[in-house]
Write a protein that binds this ligand. Structure first.
Ligand code: DGL
Length: 275
């Protein structure tokens, strides 16, 4: 349920955060669907990978980052990370209160999958933290009783992607060794339950010879945000909005990925919020 706050200003930015570059897949979809919205992105590279951390640490990071995004006057905050959405959504929502709208990346995907009547046995690949929370299995079965869910933690993938180490022989071997696990043998749809994974979607599609229904959060989350902004009359019409990309620790690969997603030169800014 979204709390009403008449003080939220439509011209204020949308805040998006992740542990690293994964949330850029969501940010990219948002700027395509809502080109007049200004984005403030925060990549918590100092604490990457989130998938290996405890739920308490993730909650602590989520609160501090949300505080930073509120200081930037964000009207809406997207937790563009499945691990943080799984473990800290309620905590962040309570902390933010009516100062901004908080969106996670799990609920829109669950709704999308539940609508797809062709899919019955759903595979979920994600970080250890997301799989440990069992959130997809719980929410999917709540949305549709007939769904069967097989979840697999794929911890090597985030570091590989964050390093820009994909689309090569070794990344393919790693991806294949996960996808050929017996657990995923009988699935008829696969959820990429980590916002980093759309970057290796072509390799996953290649493994399945384009015959698997593969769902990721980028587009469905952008649609969800568009609809929330419309409902709350919070969409804006800024001309050439100037986005900001912050990191808690500078990394070369982050700069390259940002430039890749947002064509042209992107200036990364360091926000040392952990001092
Ligand atoms: N992109 C994130 C997710 O969706 C976080 C991955 C990580 O830092 O382990 O879970």
């Amino acid at each position: 349920m979204i709390k009403e706050n008449n003080n939220l200003k439509s011209s204020n930015p949308i805040g998006i955060f992740d542990s690293g570059i994964g949330g850029l897949t969501v940010a990219n979809a948002i700027t395509r669907m809502l080109p007049n919205e200004k984005i403030i992105y925060f990549g918590d590279t100092a604490h990457l990978p989130y998938g290996e951390k405890s739920a308490d640490s993730i909650k602590y990071y989520g609160i501090r980052i949300s505080q930073f995004l509120l200081e930037q006057k964000c009207k809406l905050i997207i937790i563009a990370c499945n691990t943080a959405s799984a473990q800290a959504y309620e905590t962040i929502k309570d902390f933010v209160g009516d100062k901004a709208i908080v969106v996670n990346v799990i609920d829109p995907v669950v709704r999308e999958v539940a609508h797809n009547k062709q899919a019955r046995h759903i595979g979920v690949i994600a970080t250890k933290g997301t799989i440990r929370s069992d959130i997809y299995a719980r929410k999917l079965k709540l949305a549709r009783k007939d769904l069967e869910v097989s979840s697999l933690a794929t911890p090597l993938l985030v570091s590989m992607i964050e390093e820009g180490f994909f689309n090569n022989k070794i990344s393919r071997a790693v991806i294949h060794s996960y996808l050929e696990r017996p657990k995923l043998k009988k699935i008829d749809a696969l959820i990429l339950a980590c916002t980093h994974f759309p970057l290796i979607k072509p390799e996953i599609e290649e493994y399945y010879k384009n015959r698997m229904c593969i769902i990721d959060s980028a587009k469905v989350v952008a649609e969800e945000v568009a609809s929330i902004l419309k409902t709350h009359k919070l969409n804006t019409r800024l001309k050439n909005p100037k986005h900001h990309f912050y990191v808690s620790d500078y990394t070369d690969s982050f700069e390259k990925s940002t430039a890749f997603f947002f064509k042209g030169k992107i200036k990364l800014e360091r926000a040392d919020i952990w001092k």
